[in-house]
Design a protein around this ligand. Structure first.
Ligand SMILES: [Zn+2]
Ligand SMILES: [Zn+2]
Ligand SMILES: [Zn+2]
Length: 342
């Protein structure tokens, strides 16, 4: 079987299953292995074509406009709030850009909480002034590029000016990611930071930089920046079919696999122990009785989907929810995130 060469730095296994988002999770141990840039091509194609105009997209563009106003007025709180709302809209508009785990309410909330601390930390470090400088530099570079427009996509003239612009952008991304990994807020990032994190973050940011261009340009850039993935042959692969503990979606388990992320609902299935991994505390717990983590009380909930155990969850977590309600009134930040989800 011919598969993309995505070798896990944690266990050495190579990805064998189909990848549905940019995030490549190891089929053997569920570690984040890589980011598949090519995966987002089809999504970018649809998202930016002029035919697809919907409510979320309109809201998204409105928020982007608001954001640039808050940059102008240097309004920190509204800037951070709007930035987080934009991220939440991006989860809906560009789901393939993110981990399948964003379908899990707890993971999504943790990711948004991370974004909030990340942006506040950026503010403390003089973001508005730095952003001004960066914008100036990049508008100067892009002013030398000739851009066309076709089917809602930007078609740049692929010459030395365009290459220079993207090269500068790429080095800027690398520096920013280095900074991000050194920030205090990274502790809140809901995925473990490993040797692959830098590469994954770079590819994800690079994706966002190039996705508005036409497919031809994107392919050229992927080639030029050495981001094309090789293929390798995997033989004697023994796989068993099982069902995700949470959503019942069929998943393939290669022999020797311990943990597997369900691409359908984002659950980390702890195959070895027949449990699921909690995204709030990281512990594995059995969901035979209920979908509530026995260690931290956090609920396993797939956004936009009803699970067969929803009723059980309601009963068990009623008390927990009451407690959270009291908590929320004391804590404005939680209230803000609840507003985001309602
Ligand atoms: Zn692995
Ligand atoms: Zn699932
Ligand atoms: Zn937990």
């Amino acid at each position: 079987m011919l598969v993309k060469k995505y070798t896990c730095p944690t266990c050495g296994g190579n990805k064998v299953d189909e990848i549905t988002t940019g995030y490549v999770y190891c089929d053997y141990c569920s570690s984040l292995v890589n980011y598949d840039l090519e995966k987002m091509l089809s999504e970018a194609e649809k998202s930016f074509s002029s035919e697809q105009q919907n409510e979320i997209k309109q809201k998204y563009y409105k928020k982007l406009q608001e954001l640039s106003n808050y940059i102008q007025s240097e309004d920190t709180d509204n800037f951070v709030k709007t930035q987080c709302e934009i991220h939440a809209l991006e989860f809906e508009l560009f789901p393939k850009r993110f981990s399948p785990k964003i379908k899990q309410a707890t993971f999504r909330q943790k990711l948004l909480e991370y974004f909030e601390s990340f942006w506040y930390e950026k503010m403390e470090n003089g973001y508005f002034a730095k952003n001004n400088e960066t914008q100036k530099l990049f508008s100067e570079l892009s002013s030398k590029v000739t851009f066309g427009f076709k089917n809602g996509k930007s078609v740049p003239k692929y010459d030395e000016h365009f290459e220079k612009y993207i090269e500068e952008m790429s080095s800027f991304l690398k520096i920013s990611i280095e900074e991000t990994l050194n920030m205090t807020s990274i502790k809140k990032y809901p995925e473990p930071i490993t040797s692959t994190s830098k590469d994954v973050m770079y590819k994800q940011s690079f994706n966002m930089t190039i996705q508005m261009y036409d497919t031809d340009t994107i392919h050229k850039l992927i080639e030029k920046f050495g981001l094309k993935t090789e293929y390798i042959e995997v033989s004697n692969l023994q796989q068993t079919k099982t069902k995700c503990f949470v959503c019942n979606h069929e998943i393939s388990i290669p022999e020797g696999a311990k943990k597997k992320v369900c691409e359908n609902c984002g659950t980390t299935n702890d195959i070895e122990n027949q449990k699921v991994q909690c995204y709030a505390c990281g512990a594995s717990f059995s969901i035979a009785e209920s979908f509530v983590c026995t260690y931290c009380g956090s609920k396993v909930q797939v956004l936009g989907k009803k699970t067969k155990k929803d009723e059980v969850v309601k009963e068990t977590s009623k008390k927990k929810q009451e407690e959270q309600k009291i908590d929320t009134s004391k804590n404005n930040k939680k209230g803000f995130f609840q507003k985001l989800f309602n």
